[in-house]
Ligand binder design. Structure first.
Ligand SMILES: Nc1ncnc2c1ncn2[C@@H]1O[C@H](COP(=O)(O)OP(=O)(O)OP(=O)(O)O)[C@@H](O)[C@H]1O
Ligand code: SF4
Ligand SMILES: [Mg+2]
Length: 389
């Protein structure tokens, strides 16, 4: 399969990426007579009219095989990511939220190509990277970086902070050995740490300071997109706000786009422009953060209802989510949320997978019986922060 990128000079028009299959007509002696491109269009991943996006993910799938017995035969698979599509614009923050085990980290690892997808397409900065070799991914790493949940585990305890932060410059041959201490000092300053921190080791810092070091390493090469996987969930509540504010400041200064992953909807609501809600390996709703309280999907409302309410008088109509997430080894038929959904109607919800449908206010939800937006308004929660526009 070949890929053609049609790039236009007009700002009004977007680049268009088209996949072509190149069938060849053969003469009797087997030589190609002519080549003619035919667009193959099995699904909506064919044409990306939105290649202005920093990141486009279409129908991404990752199933982990389960092996058992002495011959390690494959006896099943974990449906970690099952057909995820999303986009992130330059400078935008997309918050990805969902319960533990729903596939958030697997999706992040697929996007940065630490894992190879079973199916689907990833386009970053106008280039399809789905099957790039590790070698060609090297240059991608400059523009696409990751921040991890546990900064302590991701920082080498035997290296000084100076050596840790100089590594990206060394690996990507940026600047000279002599100017590296200056670059490291500037990075530390950007994340609110003193230059003398470069002489110390990771264990000498608090959790919040270590996360600042992890962030400094991620932004060292001025990436275009940073994937932050639970960047504050290991931190004290008092420190969480400081780190989120730092991410906001850096976005403003450096024009970064973020994919911010969290299981706490309050955290993503705080700094995201748009929110994607994930359940059992699928995106079930995407919507602007400002529309969060008018969400269409019952699962989004269940997540909202699980935010602790400081004022008991503000009781919500929809109760917090009950039951456990079903096993991703055997996800339920029909709507994956139906065993726990208070709005389910049988047999439709148990038999037919709902398609992603557009609703007013740029909301998209996969639900046969979406929550009425007027009801949703009544559940306004004072405990959620103001959304970004
Ligand atoms: N390498 C792997 N081999 C087999 N199964 C895996 C592997 N990595 C993840 N999984 C499984 O895939 C599912 C999704 O895991 P993932 O870590 O992506 O979830 P998550 O949403 O990030 O969860 P959490 O909020 O706890 O971090 C889980 O059932 C997990 O056990
Ligand atoms: S499709 Fe049915 S079960 Fe699924 S979320 Fe909507 S109402 Fe609930
Ligand atoms: Mg995770």
């Amino acid at each position: 399969m070949e890929t053609l990128i049609l790039r236009t000079n007009c700002n009004q028009l977007k680049d268009i990426v088209v996949f072509f299959d190149m069938p060849r007509s053969l003469s009797h002696d087997g030589n190609a007579l002519q080549t003619f491109p035919i667009p193959i269009a099995p699904d909506h991943s064919l044409v990306y009219s939105d290649s202005m996006s920093q990141l486009v993910v279409r129908n991404l799938v990752k199933h982990f095989p389960i092996h058992s017995g002495i011959f390690q035969k494959t006896t099943g698979k974990v449906h970690a990511v099952s057909g995820v599509s999303l986009t992130i614009a330059p400078g935008e923050t997309l918050g990805l939220v969902g319960e533990s085990g729903c596939g958030k980290s697997t999706l992040a690892r697929l996007i940065v190509r630490l894992l190879t997808p079973d199916a689907g397409t990833i386009m970053f900065d106008g280039r399809i990277i789905t099957h790039d070799s590790q070698r060609s991914l090297q240059s991608l790493r400059r523009d696409l970086q990751m921040i991890f949940q546990d900064p302590f585990a991701s920082l080498n305890p035997r290296m000084t902070v100076g050596a840790i932060l100089a590594e990206p410059f060394r690996i990507h041959r940026v600047g000279t050995r002599r100017d590296r201490p200056g670059r490291v000092a500037a990075l530390l300053d950007l994340v609110g740490l003193a230059a003398e921190a470069m002489h110390r080791y990771p264990h000498e810092f608090s959790g919040g300071e270590r996360q600042r070091i992890g962030i400094a390493r991620a932004i060292a090469l001025r990436p275009k997109l940073v994937i932050a996987d639970e960047p504050v969930s290991a931190l004290d509540v008092s420190v969480q706000g400081e780190i989120l504010n730092l991410l906001l400041d850096l976005q403003e200064q450096l024009g970064l786009a973020y994919l911010l992953i969290a299981h706490d909807i309050k955290v993503v609501a705080q700094i995201s422009h748009r929110i994607a809600v994930m359940y059992l390996g699928r995106i079930v709703e995407t919507l602007p953060a400002a529309e969060l309280l008018r969400a269409c999907h019952p699962y989004t409302h269940a997540l909202l209802a699980s935010v602790p309410e400081p004022n008991p008088a503000q009781a919500r109509a929809i109760s917090p989510i009950g039951g456990d997430v079903p096993s991703p080894i055997a996800p339920p038929r029909g709507c994956p949320f139906h065993p726990r959904c208070p709005r389910r109607q049988l047999p439709l919800c148990a038999e037919t997978m709902p398609a992603m449908t557009a609703h007013a206010g740029d909301r998209h939800a996969a639900c046969h019986f979406p929550v009425d937006s007027h009801t949703a308004h009544d559940e306004r929660s004072p405990s959620l922060p103001h959304a970004r526009s």
